[in-house]
Design a protein around this ligand. Structure first.
Ligand SMILES: Cc1cc2nc3c(=O)[nH]c(=O)nc-3n(C[C@H](O)[C@H](O)[C@H](O)COP(=O)(O)O)c2cc1C
Length: 383
């Protein structure tokens, strides 16, 4: 006779979800349901297929990472080149369900655009993944600014104020699906629900964590009001980190009486020396940058920022070719020093990306993680 299946009970998310574990600096990987965010033609780059993305998530789990975060771009903004590999991306909910079933340990974070799905669907999709993973799902809600992604659905993007009002109403309805025990009706500006019901409820109570990376003023208000994990973009000037991170926490606390985690993301290049790491960064992000991809991406991003100066565009293109976000480039010692300083400035977590993420993670595990553990930022994992 086989063992009776174990029924999972609902429990507070602080107990279940590794995003709330005791590590002072949490770690994750980002964007490997697609090809990762590096916009380069370097042949050694990551190209997503299922076995490889599953193996990468397994490696992140072995290192004790807290998060595997998907992205949702749907298609790259490069017109006239449907075969470009940048278009290759697994759908985020399905991919997170698969990763969550195959890999024990990290939270799986599904990314979606509020406007391109519906609260009824997301309530059930997230609850399904939460049951599959024993309470490890989280959601990254995007308010939606990509014309090309929206074009896949025959939709136009909304102006920034409307898009965040839309996302806000989305979450109000989503939470009702998660929290209400009885049928409910809803009639708002963007959504109508008649006799709404969603069962099973997610395992995590009160509901799975929400992540958001709004950077504009409106986006930051939305993030600090609704998200448990808020993303910010940090520059290389160390003295700017603490005030910038504190500003998010203060806004959340004073305006919305909430405690939040503040995370960032960035590209990692580890070298024997800082100069080695910089040389490799230059070789993939400058010499071998995919100019068409970077140009199209930055053009779409900057549609809402008409006042960008040409020199700012150059910096943005270089940053995106490298992988976007914070530059974590140098020897293991330099890298550990930066991560320790970021944590001291109040940062809760860092999503890592790299051209060859498996190689980076192995080296990170051998040379950087032990330094973070010694500094008391993370508990040692058995590797
Ligand atoms: C770590 C991170 C992940 C993101 N993931 C996505 C994504 O998968 N799809 C997307 O369209 N936008 C994504 N974004 C964009 C943000 O949701 C947000 O729209 C952007 O940072 C600009 O902020 P704003 O909307 O306030 O202007 C991401 C941003 C960050 C920093």
């Amino acid at each position: 006779m086989g063992k009776a299946p174990r029924m999972l009970v609902r429990l507070g998310r602080m107990t279940r979800n590794p995003l709330f574990n005791g590590n002072r600096l949490k770690l994750g990987i980002f964007g490997y349901n697609g090809n990762g965010p590096q916009m380069t033609a370097a042949p050694e780059r990551f190209v997503a297929d299922w076995p490889r993305s599953r193996a990468l998530a397994t490696l992140a789990a072995e290192l004790g990472f807290e998060a595997v975060v998907s992205f949702a771009v749907w298609r790259a903004p490069i017109d006239g080149d449907g075969r470009h590999l940048a278009n290759r991306e697994f759908e985020a909910f399905s991919w997170c369900a698969g990763i969550g079933a195959a890999v024990d340990g990290p939270a799986v974070i599904a990314t979606f655009h509020a406007q391109l799905t519906s609260p009824a669907f997301v309530a059930k999709a997230a609850a399904t993944i939460d049951h599959i993973t024993g309470g490890r799902v989280a959601l990254n809600i995007v308010a939606g600014s990509s014309r090309h992604a929206f074009g896949q659905f025959g939709r136009d993007i909304e102006d920034p104020a409307t898009r965040y009002a839309h996302a806000e109403e989305f979450l109000d309805v989503l939470k009702r699906f998660w929290l209400e025990q009885d049928e409910f009706d809803f009639a708002g500006r963007f959504y109508r629900v008649r006799k709404g019901v969603s069962l099973p409820k997610p395992l995590q109570t009160p509901h799975p964590p929400i992540m958001n990376a709004g950077l504009s003023d409106r986006g930051r208000r939305f993030a600090t009001r609704h998200a448990d994990l808020v993303f910010t973009l940090l520059q290389d000037q160390e003295d700017s980190w603490a005030p910038q991170i504190a500003a998010y926490r203060d806004l959340a606390r004073t305006e919305f009486r909430r405690d939040i985690q503040v995370w960032t993301h960035g590209y990692v290049v580890i070298g024997d020396t800082d100069a080695d790491a910089r040389a490799y960064l230059r070789s993939y992000a400058e010499d071998r940058a995919d100019a068409a991809w970077v140009k199209a991406w930055v053009a779409e991003l900057s549609e809402g920022m008409p006042s960008l100066r040409p020199e700012q565009l150059i910096v943005m293109r270089r940053n995106w070719a490298a992988g976007g976000g914070f530059e974590l480039v140098g020897s293991a010692e330099t890298m550990a020093h930066k991560l320790i300083a970021l944590s001291a400035a109040g940062l809760s977590g860092f999503l890592l990306t790299a051209l060859e993420p498996e190689k980076m993670l192995r080296r990170f595990a051998a040379e950087v993680l032990p330094r973070l553990e010694q500094a008391g930022l993370r508990l040692a994992t058995q590797r």
